[in-house]
Write a new protein. Structure first.
Length: 253
């Protein structure tokens, strides 16, 4: 493997990367599939939901992208040999979209026990500061801030989150990435993104991985307005909890 992937960095800083994951050609194919699926083209990209949740594993191209061996190889170095893929979501920012993602720790929004999640965040197109790149605060995963969340303005993609004055923005990284680059971060790492002020759409693909002992409360997720839970699918390792058997899961055709 190549790039800047480090288990030690992940444990110490709450993230690692970016690393080259997809080729330019593979990223372009993913973008084309995304825009085709939502009925647009990249050249005429317009408004749609910030969190495009409907594109889940029931689409063959999404399934094949999310379960690539190279992705699972990276994740297994951190989470171990038994991997559950429980959600996929495309984060799309249309050109000149005023919506921003507030500072937050993912698992604060997720009724899950225990809190174990690794997110693989893949830039499907150019990700820059002017089109709303991922922002992340190294080391922020060591303290939970669940009790500090506030109601936010209408331009926030989430109803609640953390305001800029509640975090140390001076230590934030702006992760500008070329298409195909990926970063890995924990369920507790503070992150967010600014609005897209550019003429170019910003598209990222996030994969959520957990381990088989993690349990989710689907009703609780729905109550929080988080509708992108997919049928949890063991994608590598031993199906000790009979995930795939009980769900009668079959990959799309």
């Amino acid at each position: 493997m190549h790039g800047n992937f480090s288990v030690a960095q992940y444990q110490q800083d709450g993230y690692t990367g970016p690393v080259p994951l997809l080729s330019e050609t593979e990223a372009a194919a993913g973008r084309q599939a995304f825009f085709t699926t939502i009925g647009q083209t990249e050249a005429t990209a317009g408004p749609t939901k910030e969190r495009t949740a409907g594109l889940n594993l029931h689409h063959r191209w999404v399934h094949d992208l999310a379960t690539r061996d190279d992705i699972l190889d990276y994740v297994a170095q951190i989470l171990g040999p038994d991997l559950v893929l429980w959600a996929t979501v495309f984060w799309y920012k249309a050109p000149h979209n005023t919506t921003f993602i507030p500072w937050h720790q993912d698992a604060t929004y997720w009724p899950m026990e225990p809190r174990i999640n690794l997110t693989v965040w893949i830039a499907m197109g150019p990700v820059r500061r002017d089109n709303g790149c991922l922002r992340l605060i190294p080391g922020s995963h060591k303290i939970w801030m669940d009790e500090d969340y506030r109601s936010l303005t209408s331009d926030s993609a989430f109803d609640t989150g953390l305001s800029a004055d509640q975090v140390d923005e001076s230590s934030a990284l702006h992760l500008e990435m070329a298409p195909g680059k990926a970063v890995f971060f924990t369920e507790a790492t503070l992150h967010g993104s600014d609005a897209n002020r550019s003429d170019q759409p910003r598209l990222a693909f996030a994969l959520r991985f957990a381990t088989p002992e993690v349990r989710f409360d689907p009703a609780g997720l729905k109550e929080k307005g988080i509708d992108y839970l997919v049928k949890t699918m063991l994608v590598r390792g031993e199906d000790r909890y009979h995930y795939n058997e009980s769900l009668q899961w079959a990959p799309p055709v």
